[in-house]
Write a protein that binds this ligand. Structure first.
Ligand code: ATP
Length: 372
């Protein structure tokens, strides 16, 4: 029987006063041979939080994780973990444990000895090592696997053993570097649910790196979207999804309509480069892009007697996506293409005339991404 709080030395603390932080990274800069990988990153992760670093390949997320773990030194900036400045500490003196994509298990050791390994390094006695390794294996739903050789395990089981090993020393932070990257899609989804569930049960802080936006949003309480060595946006998945801060974040999150242009004298009106005028509920001075999610735009057939809206034009592409049909409409004389969803399952064909309904609440005006 696993007692719920045994592995929970850092329960999530929510108070009205200052929040309790597991990790604080301030002003992190890192360059490799003169090429900047991180350019002034600040990060604050609360105790017990599931925090995801997400971004495309090369944005610097693994470098940041390695700096937190002590496997890389920042050129500038400080790392504080559980209230202690660890910037100058080697990995083994930091209260963190990393789970890697390729498990990094010892093939010649049994499952239990793999899991107990960090405790052996800490000089914990044999009896306690065994008890804690077993308990940790129960946490990842592998009871009775202790005597197995790791070579006989499936990919998902190996990753669970790696997780059990990360939990057993009771670190302040579990660092996860694309831990599901080697698994096929179906197993990946199942393991995402398991990791989330596990993190909730043990209450430890998890810092998770992934290039998969869906994975980050599914797992995390908070996400930071990295772009070319900077944090482009951080917040809850819901907030970041609803209000992407820059054109890069919007594109990374799959916003289908990104139209360049500028606000008119009335800043709620945005004129695109093609001459289309969009109404936005929230004006943004200096905006250069209007972002509209495809799924918020409905496409209606243009019928006699139905007044056509501001946005009407000719259907140029139709794609059936199962849950919805995406329709691309070339709008206005200048030819901006705007995508939306077929209203009421209407079947469109290329060349049909159509009207698009866009709610001003769904038109997000964005300032440009930082240059350089
Ligand atoms: P991926 O998802 O592909 O792993 P990432 O976002 O994790 O990408 P990093 O691995 O942090 O990106 O790399 C950021 C940048 O720093 C890249 O341009 C990479 O080539 C460079 N870089 C990282 N580590 C080193 C190194 N040891 N030596 C030289 N350049 C490096």
């Amino acid at each position: 029987m696993v007692r719920g709080n045994v592995l929970d030395p850092h329960p999530r603390v929510r108070t009205l006063g200052p929040v309790s932080l597991s990790l604080e990274a301030t002003g992190i800069h890192k360059a490799f041979a003169g090429a900047p990988a991180l350019r002034g990153v600040d990060l604050r992760v609360e105790q017990g939080e599931f925090y995801a670093l997400v971004g495309p390949s090369g944005c610097g997320k693994s470098t940041l994780l390695r700096i937190v773990g002590g496997h890389e030194r920042p050129d500038e900036g400080r790392i504080t973990i559980a209230g202690r400045d660890v910037t100058d500490d080697p990995p083994e003196r930091r209260p963190v444990h990393t789970v890697f994509q390729h498990y990094a298990l010892f093939p010649h050791l049994s499952v239990e000895d793999n899991v107990a390994f960090p405790l052996r390094m800490q000089g914990v006695g044999r009896r306690e090592r065994r008890a804690r390794a077993r308990e940790s294996l129960e946490m990842v739903r592998l009871p009775g696997y202790g005597r197995r050789s790791v070579a006989t395990l499936s990919g998902g089981e190996k990753q669970r053993v790696a997780l059990a090993r990360a939990l057993v020393p009771r670190p302040a932070i579990v660092l996860l570097d694309e831990p599901l990257g080697a698994l096929d899609l179906q197993l990946r989804r199942a393991m995402q649910d398991e990791i989330r569930d596990l993190q909730r049960r043990v209450g430890l802080t998890f810092l998770h790196v992934t290039h998969d936006q869906e994975e980050a949003f599914r797992l995390a309480d908070e996400v930071a979207v990295l772009h070319r060595g900077r944090v482009a946006q951080q917040g809850t998945p819901r907030d970041v999804y609803r209000r992407p801060a820059t054109p890069f974040v919007a594109a990374f999150l799959g916003v289908g309509n990104l139209l360049e242009g500028r606000p008119e004298a009335d800043p709620r009106r945005f004129r695109t480069a093609q001459g289309l005028v969009l109404e936005a509920a929230v004006p943004v001075a200096g905006a250069t892009v209007a972002a509209i999610r495809e799924e918020t735009v409905t496409v209606h057939p243009e019928r006699a007697g139905v007044p056509s809206g501001d946005l009407s034009g000719v259907v140029e592409d139709v794609a059936f996506l199962g849950a919805m049909t995406r329709v691309a409409v070339r709008v206005g004389g200048a030819g901006a293409s705007v995508c939306g969803v077929a209203a009421e399952d209407h079947v469109f064909h290329r060349g049909d005339r159509a009207t698009l309904r866009v709610d001003p609440d769904d038109v997000l005006l964005l300032r440009p991404d930082p240059v350089g």
